[in-house]
Design a protein around this ligand. Structure first.
Ligand SMILES: Cc1cc2nc3c(=O)[nH]c(=O)nc-3n(C[C@H](O)[C@H](O)[C@H](O)COP(=O)(O)O)c2cc1C
Ligand code: SF4
Length: 522
């Protein structure tokens, strides 16, 4: 166990004859008392640090500096570890406070209902100022739960039979992994790594093996994980348990972004129901709350955050499949990747292989469409066309990171690997449509400002490059040469995908929308 972070230095100061006020962090007795009573007999484990910060936030409405110092004392954390907690506190403070503070948030995961707001934990869709004020006055701060398929409904519709068949040995691990490989299911968190191959890799690592499920969903334009969780949570849980069985997982950690309060309530309730009436022996499942940082969606940063550390990406190798959560081989998956496992096993690999998934369109939302569909077909056949008065101008094929393409390329097939020749990628397949009322350079500036805000600051090219690029892009005339040099440095020398992908929107504007930079024309 490490030394307490707050030590009595009075003897030292006396020895040095110091007369000034005591240096270092002084523990406030009342804050310490509050922290102790909130934690009760809970274990003082570092990996529970973020949970305890949430506990203070929930009980007190905010987290004061005194609480942070008291918590560090109580958990015997060193100063550098406290710095991580403090960074989280800054994030958490943005969620709510005892007094009303209205702040712009980069992403609350409700794009399809924009303009949206959150009062306390309650989302307000298509929000007006009056509705927000009314919710604040009424202290209406908890979310309503949407209607969803609970355990009984899921079971009535044949749920958990595939998992049970696996447990009974009616399906072998090899056959299940082969079916996944044949389906060509690729990770839906953004990187698109083949899911079956990932299972095989982690399975060959020494036990104990862990699983970490990524529901951080911070990519602008992405709300698919929330969409599925709010409707059919057990389809995801069954996929997760099948993966745990196939890979031989000892414990599962589910990391859920804190903005999704309704999802948390649903998952808490349904995990309890599952524990009361399990379809098989369950590995321990830990539901952890994120703290609002986009970078914590990057798999190794998420793992750091689950361990109670500051969410910063790790240098690789070793990969998380080898040395992941708590130093153990870890199967890390986006929630939606696991959501499709049951259907692939029941309907067959060919069924999924024929499907992929997937502004200013008539019907925004989550649409299941064949892989290889073009943006134009998607808009016309699934999204009810463009809104009246709008003409397609450009589209973002993969959230904030995947670049921006012009309408002239709207017939490209959207899939993994089809967009790279055009400097783009499909990522989480969150497609954002721009009309002639928009400018690509404005969208690009918005995205680069987002990256600058969300950079964890660990590497200089990303930390300084995103901020400098945003500054240059805000000018009427872009310095194309400087922006290109900056982009090169960011892409080459950043540790993780955030810094590496941040230049994508810049390159796309320079390549596809040069007319906007010359005279502002479109
Ligand atoms: C900056 C950054 C943010 C990310 N955010 C998320 C996220 O919110 N959710 C997610 O599942 N994956 C996110 N990823 C991708 C993960 O690192 C990882 O590739 C993914 O969770 C793997 O799961 P999959 O194979 O099921 O896709 C992010 C990656 C980067 C570089
Ligand atoms: S690229 Fe950016 S976000 Fe990623 S580790 Fe480096 S500074 Fe952090």
């Amino acid at each position: 166990m490490q030394e307490p972070s707050v030590v009595d230095t009075s003897a030292l100061r006396r020895k040095r004859g110091a007369r000034s006020a005591p240096k270092g962090r002084q523990v406030d007795a009342q804050a310490l008392e509050e922290v102790r009573s909130l934690l009760g007999a809970l274990p003082r484990r570092r990996d529970l640090l973020v949970e305890y910060l949430h506990r203070i936030q929930d009980a007190c409405g905010s987290i004061s500096a005194a609480h942070i110092v008291a918590l560090a004392q109580e958990m015997r954390l060193a100063s550098c570890q406290l710095a991580g907690a403090q960074a989280l506190r800054d994030r958490l403070r943005a969620l709510e406070g005892p007094e009303v503070r209205v702040i712009g948030a980069p992403c609350i995961g409700r794009c399809e209902h924009a303009p949206a707001a959150v009062v306390g934990r309650r989302p307000i869709d298509a929000a007006t100022a009056d509705e927000i004020a009314a919710a604040v006055r009424a202290r209406h701060v908890e979310p309503d739960l949407p209607p969803y398929a609970d355990l009984a409904a899921y079971r009535r519709a044949g749920g958990y039979r595939t998992l049970e068949a696996c447990m009974r040995g009616e399906r072998t691990v090899d056959a299940v992994i082969a079916e996944l490989e044949n389906s060509a299911l690729r990770g839906l968190g953004g990187a698109g790594f083949p899911a079956g191959r990932k299972w095989r890799i982690v399975r060959t690592e020494a036990a104990p093996r862990l699983m970490a499920v990524n529901i951080d969903e911070g990519e602008p334009g992405t709300f698919k994980d929330r969409y599925y969780l709010e409707r059919d949570p057990h389809r995801f849980l069954e996929g997760m348990l099948i993966a745990a069985w196939a890979v031989g997982i000892e414990s599962i950690y589910v990391y859920l972004r804190d903005e999704y309060a309704a999802c948390r309530a649903i998952l808490t309730r349904e995990l309890e129901a599952l524990a009361r009436d399990p379809p098989c022996a369950l590995a321990p499942i830990h539901l952890r709350r994120g703290a609002g940082a986009y970078i914590c969606g990057e798999e190794s940063a998420m793992i750091e955050s689950i361990e109670g550390k500051r969410g910063m990406p790790r240098l690789r190798p070793p990969y998380v499949a080898q040395v992941g959560l708590f130093g153990r081989p870890t199967l890390e998956h986006n929630m939606e990747t696991l959501y499709w496992v049951r259907d692939i096993l029941e309907k067959g690999a060919a069924w999924f292989a024929g499907h992929g998934r997937r502004g200013r369109v008539a019907k925004p939302g989550v649409h299941l469409a064949p892989a290889g569909i073009s943006a134009r077909e998607l808009i016309d056949e699934y999204c009810g066309g463009m809104l009246p008065g709008h003409e397609l101008y450009a589209y973002l094929p993969g959230g904030a990171s995947g670049g921006i393409l012009p309408a002239s390329l709207a017939d490209l097939p959207l899939d993994f690997d089809t967009l790279q020749p055009h400097g783009c990628f499909i990522g989480s397949a969150a497609i954002i449509i721009l009309s002639r009322a928009d400018r690509a350079r404005d969208a690009a500036l918005n995205l680069v400002q987002f990256f600058a805000d969300e950079s964890c600051g660990q590497c200089t090219p990303c930390r300084v490059g995103t901020a400098k690029a945003a500054h240059l892009m805000a000018k009427e005339r872009w310095d194309a040469k400087l922006l290109t040099d900056l982009s090169q440095a960011m892409a080459d020398a950043s540790i993780c995908g955030l810094g590496q992908a941040a230049p994508n929107p810049i390159a796309c504007v320079l390549k596809y929308f040069p007319q906007e930079l010359e005279d502002g024309r479109k």
